[in-house]
Design a protein around this ligand. Structure first.
Ligand code: S3P
Length: 461
């Protein structure tokens, strides 16, 4: 470290996390509830919406496009009420649409704008402005949208949309729910059927919610391409405003689950966590590693599977995580790397190319953070291998650079719970994008926050 840092956040090493937490609403589902509500006729009432910065930026964008979006506090708690404009009915915004840190917000919005006869400009923060938009621009161009962007299809991006998009059959080269969703959103306004073929199944929240709002969406395996899925939407449906109950975000629950697993004497319950089969690869992997993690009270809420997670501290061993599991845990590798650092032996994670284009280059950020904490890891191509040691044996004693990435920030704070010396992060503000009350929830479970000033070159916490 070369410059002094003040007020560095870390957790003191602790034991015995205990209690029950309801983690915040699912980020993917929250974005979609606001966007689909804006495209529906009538009222959409959303309960459990994630009130993180990413989703609040989507709410602002929907207002700028002419939908009414209101936060209402009633006797049964907070709900968000969206009054939409119907498919194809959004209005041209009179300012730039700033999607902050959110790749999902920006990419899904691009699909919406490309299928309306309007011109609009999308931008975002330093992290989002460095992320590739070509993956959505390319199929949307073939549907009739026009785009002007910075080099490498990066934001700011001007979208010149068409009111009469062409239905297409798109073979996506990447397994990405954002790409699939952007094309399907544009396909809503097309005359005919739009098909996206994804090389491997990704989260299907768009498909489930579109059906919930009245659209016809069919998913089927592709014969002779093992793992590939073809998703077909019939264009120009009447979307009807509907009630949406947003489950707890499994990607947020992941941080508390791993915190409990690596902290001696812990026993926690995470209530109403979304258990969509395309999102639970981390929980499967943790169990393979030996984690005491049980799904209880499994049920269905508004078209999504939900349950409670009961998690106790456990002795972990290293495993190999195959590449074909990546789509179901794509956001969970930073926190899996933390679990791997506290597992006996080596954990090998394969097929991680997509991590390079997340909120930061997560592959590099994970390896750099582990190094700061005294944990060895190796990147070979798209594979990351972490050499672990039992909980309590991670040296720690450094400050991890967050690089505007909420998941890197939360992961390394969690590792500090069982490290020999504290682990600090250089910026806690990023956490608000997806989990505004993260520090509060860990404190409620019994963790203690430390604030430290570090003034020595190379100093630790
Ligand atoms: C998301 C899809 C994933 C994921 C992101 C949310 C979504 O991105 O990483 O956090 O809501 O569709 P990719 O589509 O780039 O894999």
């Amino acid at each position: 470290m070369t410059k002094p840092l003040t007020n560095v956040t870390s957790f003191a090493r602790t034991s015995g996390l205990a209690g029950t937490i309801r983690v915040p609403g699912d980020k993917s589902i929250s974005h979609r509830a606001l966007m689909f509500g804006a495209l529906a006729i009538g009222e959409t009432r959303v309960q459990g919406l994630l009130e993180g910065e990413d989703v609040l930026n989507t709410a602002k964008a929907m207002r700028a496009l002419g939908a009414s979006v209101e936060r209402v506090e009633g006797p049964s708690g907070v709900s968000w009420v969206v009054r939409g404009r119907g498919v194809g009915g959004l209005l041209e915004p009179d300012g730039v649409l700033d999607m902050g840190n959110s790749g999902t917000g920006a990419r899904l919005l691009t699909g919406l704008l490309a299928s309306h006869a309007m011109t609009a400009v999308i931008t975002g923060d330093d992290s989002l402005r460095s992320r590739p938009m070509g993956r959505v621009v390319e199929p949307l161009q073939s549907m009739g949208g026009s785009f002007v962007s910075r080099s490498g299809h990066r934001l700011p991006l001007t979208v010149i949309g068409t009111g009469d998009p062409l239905p297409i059959v798109y073979q996506s080269p990447v397994a990405s729910a954002q790409v699939k969703s952007a094309v399907l959103l544009a396909g809503l306004q097309a005359r005919g059927a739009t098909t996206v073929i994804e090389p491997a199944a990704t989260r299907d929240h768009t498909e489930r919610m579109l059906r919930h709002f009245g659209a016809e969406v069919v998913s089927e395996p592709v014969t002779d391409r093992p793992g590939a899925v073809a998703v077909t939407l019939t264009g120009q449906p009447e979307l009807e405003g509907s009630d949406v109950v947003v489950p707890g975000d499994p990607s947020s629950a992941a941080f508390l689950a791993v915190a409990a697993i690596i902290t001696e004497g812990s026993d926690i319950t995470l209530q109403s966590v979304g258990l969509n089969p395309h999102r639970i690869g981390l929980f499967e992997t943790l169990r393979e590693m030996g984690a005491d993690l049980v799904m209880e009270n499994e049920r269905d809420e508004a078209g999504e599977p939900v349950g409670d997670l009961h998690v106790r501290s456990s002795k972990l061993k290293g495993v190999t995580v195959p590449a074909d599991r990546a789509p179901s845990m794509i956001d969970e590798y930073p926190i899996l790397a933390v679990a791997a650092a506290c597992a006996t032996g080596e954990t090998r994670m394969e097929g991680l190319a997509e991590l390079r284009v997340k909120e930061s280059d997560r592959l590099a950020a994970i390896a750099a953070g582990l190094k700061v904490c005294g944990v060895s890891s190796v990147i070979e191509g798209d594979t990351l291998s972490v050499q672990g040691a039992p909980p309590g044996h991670v040296p720690g004693g450094g400050v991890v650079s967050v690089n505007m990435d909420h998941r890197i920030a939360m992961s390394f704070l969690v590792l500090g719970l069982s490290a020999e010396r504290a682990i600090g992060i250089d910026d806690e503000s990023a956490i608000a994008t997806s989990y505004p009350n993260f520090l509060g929830h860990l404190t409620k479970l019994g963790a203690k926050i430390k604030k430290t000033d570090i003034s020595l070159v190379g100093g630790g916490v």
